[in-house]
Design a binder for this molecule. Structure first.
Ligand code: NAD
Length: 282
């Protein structure tokens, strides 16, 4: 039976550490807020935004909600971001994606000051990550690293295959595993013989965005399997990109969905917010 990489427990551990840190900062008069902007009322986004607000409340940092109508223009959104960039109390700005089609996502992400880019999506944050300089790390990949490390999984020298090359998961995930001294292979939609490649992985990280795509045929015995995917199956239950029941008996460790990578993402967002507030001290 595989060891379960318990994101629920580890994310709580991180949030409790952050809660303590935020309280100590507050005692010294150092406080700040996270501004969360949602455009439109996409139900999944509403759930994510609510979870982020709840996490802020748990840790004891202020969250400011900006719920804008679907027809908000790009200019209006950029003007709000500019105002929040100038607002000293706001230490983090998060724009919930996806945005409505008439808004250029790239222009919006570029408008957020890198100092407040707690999602880690600004090109300056991405560049800093690539060359190992200080900057906010994207929350989902950083959460996977914490989940592995805090579960005692050795990364250095291991062959890691990451399935997926998106800007928010696959690419940064590969870079962070490289930073941890793994030997990394990135697989994507044009990769030849994906099954054979995945079978060579000591650590297989799946961010393919297809429900239960990875079956036992993709997994080497004893591999560590991290499932980043989140989907609702036809019974409205959450499932990942990995067929858990088939893969779990083969793996040495595996993330469940839900309760694996998902809660880690929010914990790392909170980590970035507290780090940003802490910088006020310096
Ligand atoms: P995406 O659709 O942007 O990227 C999917 C990637 O998979 C692409 O790079 C593509 O090249 C690759 N791919 C697609 N089909 C393939 C195939 N047949 N063979 C090999 N590679 C293939 O998705 P994303 O935004 O990177 O998200 C991936 C998954 O992670 C989704 O299920 C998403 O919901 C989930 N996600 C979870 C969290 C979290 O907090 N747990 C955060 C972000 C995304």
């Amino acid at each position: 039976m595989a060891f379960i990489l318990d994101g629920k427990r580890i994310s709580m551990e991180i949030k409790d550490e952050l809660k303590e840190k935020a309280a100590l900062l507050k005692e010294r008069g150092i406080e700040g807020a996270l501004a969360v902007i949602q455009v439109g009322a996409d139900p999944a986004s509403t759930v994510y935004v609510r979870n982020k607000k709840n996490a802020c409340a748990y840790i004891g940092i202020e969250s400011q909600a900006y719920e804008l109508p679907e027809q908000t223009s790009q200019e209006e959104l950029l003007a709000l971001i500019e105002r929040l960039n100038q607002e000293p109390r706001v230490r983090g700005i998060l724009v919930q994606l996806p945005l409505p089609k008439h808004i250029d996502e790239e222009a919006v992400l570029l408008a957020i000051s890198p100092e407040k880019d707690v999602d880690g999506f600004h090109p300056q944050s991405v560049g800093a990550m690539v060359i190992g300089k200080d900057g906010f790390l994207p929350c989902t990949p950083a959460g996977v690293i914490q989940l592995l490390k805090r579960s005692g999984i050795a990364i250095a020298g291991k062959h890691c295959v990451v399935i997926g090359r998106s800007n928010i998961v696959g690419k940064p995930m590969s870079l962070l595993m490289l930073r941890e001294n793994a030997t990394v292979t990135i697989a994507h939609s044009k990769t030849a013989d994906l099954k054979a490649l995945c079978k060579t992985a000591d650590i297989l990280i799946v961010a393919i965005g297809r429900p239960q795509f990875v079956t036992a045929e993709y997994v080497k015995e004893g591999a560590v399997v991290v499932d980043v995917g989140i989907h609702r199956n036809p019974d409205n239950k959450l499932c990942g990109d990995v067929k858990f029941d088939e893969v779990e008996p083969l793996a040495s460790a595996i993330t469940p969905v839900p309760g694996g990578v998902g809660p880690m993402t929010i914990a790392m967002l909170m980590h970035n917010c507290v780090e940003s507030i802490e910088k006020l001290e310096g």
